[in-house]
Design a protein around this ligand. Structure first.
Ligand SMILES: *[C@@H]1O[C@H](CO)[C@@H](O)[C@H](O)[C@H]1NC(C)=O
Ligand SMILES: *[C@@H]1O[C@H](CO)[C@@H](O)[C@H](O)[C@H]1NC(C)=O
Ligand SMILES: *[C@@H]1O[C@H](CO)[C@@H](O)[C@H](O)[C@H]1NC(C)=O
Ligand SMILES: *[C@@H]1O[C@H](CO)[C@@H](O)[C@H](O)[C@H]1NC(C)=O
Ligand SMILES: *[C@@H]1O[C@H](CO)[C@@H](O)[C@H](O)[C@H]1NC(C)=O
Ligand SMILES: *[C@@H]1O[C@H](CO)[C@@H](O)[C@H](O)[C@H]1NC(C)=O
Length: 484
């Protein structure tokens, strides 16, 4: 019996010897070092911005390995390693295995989480928590960010930090996107996701399961149409689109700003900034911002205007599909054409400015086609319902064509430079040009009225200027000594 136990004893003895616990806060874990939950082991980034350690979220007793902002009173977890594989006790140990992978072990050395990357046994691997909140695995001799063997920024949870890439590494087919927690007590992946779709043109999409909740307009080379980013904020957005990568990223104008974009478990994408005076997170913005940003709020071929009492209206040339529902402000059925298109002569386009481009469901991008040819291309095909410049750079380049229904359009508060041209039949074009004529008449009347008012005011001013002079003249006349 004793002889049988000996190898196990020796193994445990050697194991204990070979992994030394880190007790002093450091930013780096080397091979044969470990941090454990029972010892409150942590890594702290060099500038003390972030901390990695074990925690139990909310009212839960389950233990997770995570990263949070260091030194602020409200715990803000930005990343969780074993989010769907919690530990039931404080047995958790984090260490680098012989093969170079970073692993989280629980009771009886059960692997609760692992970087599970390639076989790295030959290199000198270290894990390091950076001041950006990125946990990286790298060759100790090589700190170059291009050569990270693994990084937590490639495996986001519910939070996006400055410098993190949201989107695609096309070389390896990696898509980075946020997934919400299930609840405040449970970091396992919830229903909501937030990421970049790249079918033809990039769009940001927030989903519940497979259902779209919010969509930005397509990337136009300058911005995601529909999400106008104010320049007066600490975030500097950037999008990279080349043959290797397609991602969205933000940096900070002041690097000491503590901030993150978080996809809450209720499905809102919140931009949070730490408020040092009130010691709390301040919500700078949240998506969706209003009713009109709920995906396809008004149904097909309608446009949503948040400032209107009736937020939904049909596009010109369309009428409500279910008029009775529409009357009761139930707009999901959307709008249908007054008269079907038949490619007859006289068909043309109505220009809309300051709208979020329709969703890319059935569409075509012709990158080098000028706008006038884009128009002809659309006219040629009876099922083409709209066209636009695909890019906003240099006053507009490229051709984007939509076929069939136009979905999820919104009137933007800041009118963008991108214009959308909606196909309309000859009769619809006549009625809009009539209404334009009416507008012209109104303008002329307004101008005439204005001129009249200006004339009256001017006369009054002149009269008031002249009046005192006359009175002064009069008084002078009165003061003249009466010599004669
Ligand atoms: C770990 O932290 C807890 C709570 O702060 C404390 O009670 C405990 O003594 C600490 N354990 C060690 C080994 O420092
Ligand atoms: C990793 O490489 C070593 C040495 O080449 C080999 O012995 C080991 O089986 C490999 N492990 C895995 C998981 O492939
Ligand atoms: C990226 O840019 C290329 C041209 O530079 C364009 O053809 C492509 O559609 C763009 N991709 C996305 C996803 O925006
Ligand atoms: C950056 O933010 C910190 C903390 O809020 C502040 O003390 C500092 O003055 C800011 N720096 C600049 C250049 O604005
Ligand atoms: C095409 O539609 C217009 C308007 O609805 C109609 O006047 C015309 O007769 C139609 N032409 C054909 C060939 O059906
Ligand atoms: C019109 O465009 C659609 C979508 O690209 C295409 O499937 C269809 O063949 C085109 N029709 C004609 C007549 O070109």
């Amino acid at each position: 019996m004793g002889i049988n136990i000996l190898p196990l004893f020796c193994y445990l003895f050697v194991e204990t010897l070979s992994y030394s616990e880190i007790s002093v806060a450091t930013d780096m874990l080397r091979q044969f070092q470990a941090i454990s939950d029972v010892d409150n082991g942590t890594l702290v980034s060099v500038g003390k911005v972030f901390q990695l350690g074990f925690f139990a979220p909310g009212n839960s007793n389950r233990r997770y390995l995570g990263i949070w902002y260091n030194n602020i009173p409200s715990q803000a977890v930005v990343w969780v390693a074993n989010r769907d594989n919690p530990l039931d006790d404080s047995s958790g140990v984090l260490r680098i295995e012989n093969d170079g992978n970073l692993v989280l072990l629980g009771q009886t050395e059960r692997v609760a989480w692992s970087t599970n990357t390639v076989n790295l046994s030959s290199i000198n691997i270290v894990a390091q928590l950076l001041d950006t909140g990125n946990l990286v695995l790298r060759d100790e001799r090589n700190g170059n960010s291009e050569n990270y063997v693994w990084q937590s920024f490639d495996h986001p949870c519910d939070a996006m930090l400055a410098g993190m890439k949201l989107g695609w590494d096309l070389r390896i087919g990696l898509n980075r996107y946020l997934t919400s927690w299930k609840s405040a007590d449970d970091p396992s992946p919830g229903d909501f996701s937030y990421g970049i779709e790249i079918q033809g043109l990039a769009q940001i999409v927030l989903r519940k399961g497979s259902v779209n909740m919010f969509r930005s307009g397509p990337w136009n080379g300058v911005e995601f149409n529909g999400i106008t980013v104010s320049s007066n904020v600490p975030f500097i957005p950037k999008v990279i689109n080349n043959s290797e990568e397609m991602y969205f990223q933000f940096s900070l104008s002041n690097e000491s700003t503590l901030t993150m974009s978080e996809l809450s478990y209720s499905g809102a994408l919140q931009r949070l900034v730490w408020d040092n005076s009130y010691l709390r997170w301040h919500v700078m913005s949240a998506l969706p911002r209003d009713q009109c940003e709920s995906y396809s709020q008004c149904g097909p071929n309608a446009i949503c205007t948040v400032s209107e009492a009736r937020i939904c209206s049909c596009l010109t040339g369309y009428m409500p599909k279910f008029p009775q529902d529409w009357e009761m402000l139930i707009c999901g059925g959307g709008c249908i054409r007054n008269t079907p298109l038949n490619c007859s002569s006289g068909e043309g386009f109505i220009e809309l400015e300051g709208v979020k481009m329709p969703d890319l469901l059935q569409f075509l991008v012709l990158p080098s086609l000028p706008l006038e040819e884009c128009r002809l291309e659309c006219l040629k095909n009876c099922s083409c319902t709209a066209y636009a410049n695909s890019g906003a750079t240099g006053g507009g380049t490229g051709c984007l064509l939509w076929f069939a229904d136009l979905i999820d359009m919104k009137k933007l508060t800041l009118s963008g430079s991108q214009k959308l041209y909606i196909r309309a039949g000859a009769s619809d074009l006549v009625s809009t040009s009539d209404s334009n004529k009416k507008k012209m008449v109104v303008v002329v009347l307004t101008i005439s009225a204005t001129i009249a008012v200006v004339f009256v005011i001017a006369s009054c001013i002149i009269w008031m200027l002249i009046l005192p002079l006359e009175q002064i003249g009069l008084r002078r006349a009165q003061r003249q000594p009466k010599h004669f």
